[in-house]
Design a protein around this ligand. Structure first.
Ligand code: HEM
Length: 195
């Protein structure tokens, strides 16, 4: 339940929050979805349509960077690990690896607090290590549900932005709260206006 539901709920909530704060990106997603649907009702969105939403995908990735639902993972070293600077993490030690910290490292992500989906354009992604963006962790125990999660995020975004204009509720700004996943204290409040 936790791996499959709380994570996508967090990812989706923060994505809608970021789109609410950036109406021009929200509008670009809306236009992209409408173009892909070519007059069909959004409820008829098909699996194949999801691979034709590049800008929406960039918005989702940037949201998972800025607000990673899983902020850290831990691993017990099964062998000594030599770091580049010569120090060694001994076998048996449990390491906590910060996904949030990696995603906010200014050496990798200039102005890390800024929501900018264009970071994930093909040109801007060139030369970036796959380990710079790890919302689903990495290695043999990474997330088995990541493709499903991305599909779910795309479908819900398509269904939401084509039906509603999303605006922030400026009277109730969220406070980030890290539990097992990244939540908002007292909920994440947005205003939805039917289109
Ligand atoms: C945005 C949504 C999601 C995020 C950010 C996410 C993130 C993660 C992360 C970071 C891990 C690695 C945990 C660790 O290394 O200790 C993980 C593992 C896992 N995830 Fe996801 N996940 C998401 C959605 C899903 C979905 C939809 C499913 C199932 C349908 C799922 C099933 C799992 C399972 C079973 C594992 C454990 C894999 C293993 O230990 O070998 N996740 N997820």
């Amino acid at each position: 339940m936790f791996e499959g539901h709380d994570t996508t709920a967090s990812g989706l909530a923060w994505l809608l929050y970021n789109l609410a704060h950036h109406p021009h990106y929200q509008e670009r997603c809306r236009q992209e979805v409408r173009e892909v649907l070519k007059g069909r009702d959004v409820e008829e969105i098909e699996w194949e349509d999801l691979s034709h939403l590049p800008f929406t995908t960039m918005c989702i990735k940037e949201s998972l960077r800025l607000h990673p639902p899983v902020t850290a993972v831990s691993r017990r070293c099964t062998e000594d690990i030599a770091l580049r600077d010569g120090r060694v993490i001994p076998k048996g030690i449990i390491c906590l690896l910060s996904i949030y910290g990696t995603h906010h490292n200014p050496d990798i992500w200039p102005e890390p607090q800024v929501y900018n989906p264009l970071r994930f354009s093909p040109e801007n992604s060139q030369g970036r290590s796959p380990l710079d963006f790890i919302p689903f962790s990495a290695g043999p125990r990474n997330c088995i549900g990541q493709n499903f999660a991305m599909a779910e995020l795309k479908v819900v975004t398509a269904l939401t932005v084509t039906r509603f204009a999303i605006r922030p509720d400026t009277g109730r700004p969220p406070r980030r709260k890290t539990e097992l996943i990244l939540r908002a204290e007292d909920g994440l409040w947005l205003l939805l206006e039917p289109l």
